[in-house]
Design a protein around this ligand. Structure first.
Ligand SMILES: Nc1ncnc2c1ncn2[C@@H]1O[C@H](COP(=O)(O)OP(=O)(O)OP(=O)(O)O)[C@@H](O)[C@H]1O
Ligand SMILES: [Mg+2]
Length: 359
């Protein structure tokens, strides 16, 4: 049976032609696994998503591994280094007197005026709801809006909008789906057509799907493109923050202590990737008693403004828990939902991002 160590030794013969060092020393080999049938899977982390040598490195790695005795087949998956891996590489190169690899080149912006990502790190805090509500408020104020649903494995945007005219293929481009209110939407759900089928994809595929959602979709002229992110701080976030020409990120938090901790990680990730933080929205902050109007703070005092102070960013406000909102989301009627609290938050977000109409 082939061992991981034998594979790693074989990969030492694969050189990065630009840097002139082998990919093991450069710590580009993120993962090696061998299954009982002799199938080898290797994950290589490249310095950037647009690395021109990606295909060559993949072929060289495949050939090197294929030559090891006992290997039945090889799959080399490509991903992008995270900030820590990249910093370690830069240190290594510095120690050998070599220049740092070029920084990630962002995709061009074309006719989209502003691109804002909605991030959190934490799951279930309302990123997708806030993305949808922001899009609706922006559209109500006359802006041309699109939503790129970067939650490839757990998309939830289409359900919130209900009836969406399906995306269509035109020559080599994809025309995005269109909501009843005229918001352009692209999401994995709209392409697979199945709401309850899980997409089980590894990081590299998730990254390339997000890239295609941006590059291959004909967004036309937009005042604002919102990007809804999945929870976590992994490949999807990395791709969106490194590759898309984001203007800023809006951070969604909730008042639980744990949320603050996880959200901090997401903010740090954005900062380390030079994505400006526009500000923070606290969701599910309180409940208003429908009978007496008293404010009940289920998770204690609001902490959103403290988080904003700590990161020297704006606090856009708090959104209450509103059963009307979850009902509207569940029934696909987000475009008919109205919240005075959210309208105020949306106005602050849009004006602080200087989003304006194209006419
Ligand atoms: N302020 C709110 N009041 C009531 N329900 C809410 C509120 N915000 C979000 N919800 C509901 O909570 C659930 C989770 O919200 P949502 O899907 O927007 O979170 P998320 O952060 O995008 O989750 P995930 O991490 O899974 O992507 C949904 O059912 C949504 O309708
Ligand atoms: Mg979501």
């Amino acid at each position: 049976m082939v061992t991981d160590q034998e594979i790693i030794e074989a990969l030492r013969k694969v050189m990065d032609p630009e840097i002139g060092m082998d990919i093991v020393t450069l710590e580009m080999v993120r993962q090696v696994s061998v299954d009982a049938s002799g199938k080898v899977t290797v994950v290589l982390a490249l310095t950037s998503d647009t690395c021109p040598l990606a295909n060559r490195l993949r072929t060289d790695a495949e050939n090197a591994v294929r030559n090891v005795n006992g290997v039945a087949s090889v799959e080399v998956q490509l991903t992008v280094m995270n900030e820590d891996e990249r910093n370690r590489l830069i240190e290594k190169l510095k120690a050998r007197g070599r220049p740092a690899p070029p920084k990630q080149v962002k995709l061009p912006k074309e006719r989209v005026k502003k691109i804002i990502a909605v991030v959190s790190g934490k799951g279930g805090v309302g990123k997708s709801s806030v993305t949808a509500m922001l899009a609706v408020e922006a559209s109500r104020s006359g802006l041309k809006v699109g939503i790129l649903d970067a939650d490839i494995t757990g998309p939830s945007i289409p359900k919130m909008f209900g009836d969406i005219a399906a995306p269509t293929a035109m020559e080599n481009r994809i025309m995005p789906g269109l909501s009843l209110g005229g918001i352009k939407i692209i999401s994995m759900n709209l392409l697979t057509g199945a709401e309850d089928t899980a997409v089980i994809w590894r990081g590299p595929l998730v990254s390339s799907a997000i890239r295609q959602f941006y590059e291959d979709v004909d967004w036309g002229e937009l005042d604002l493109l919102l990007v809804d992110l999945p929870p976590g701080t992994s490949d999807a976030q990395l791709t969106v923050m490194q590759l898309l020409p984001l203007d800023a990120a809006v951070v969604i938090t909730s008042p639980q202590e744990l949320a603050g901790m996880i959200v901090t990680k997401a903010i740090n990730m954005a900062v380390s990737l030079d994505v400006p933080i526009l500000g923070i929205v606290e969701n599910m902050s309180y409940v208003k008693c429908p009978k007496c109007g008293e404010t009940i703070r289920l998770y204690g005092e609001s902490k959103g403004h403290l988080l904003a102070e700590r990161f020297e960013t704006k606090f856009f406000g708090s959104m209450p828990i509103d059963p009307g909102l979850s009902k509207a989301c569940d029934e696909g009627r987000i475009e008919q939902y109205y919240s005075a609290e959210f309208k105020e938050i949306a106005e602050k977000v849009l004006s602080s991002a200087s989003v304006s109409t194209s006419t």
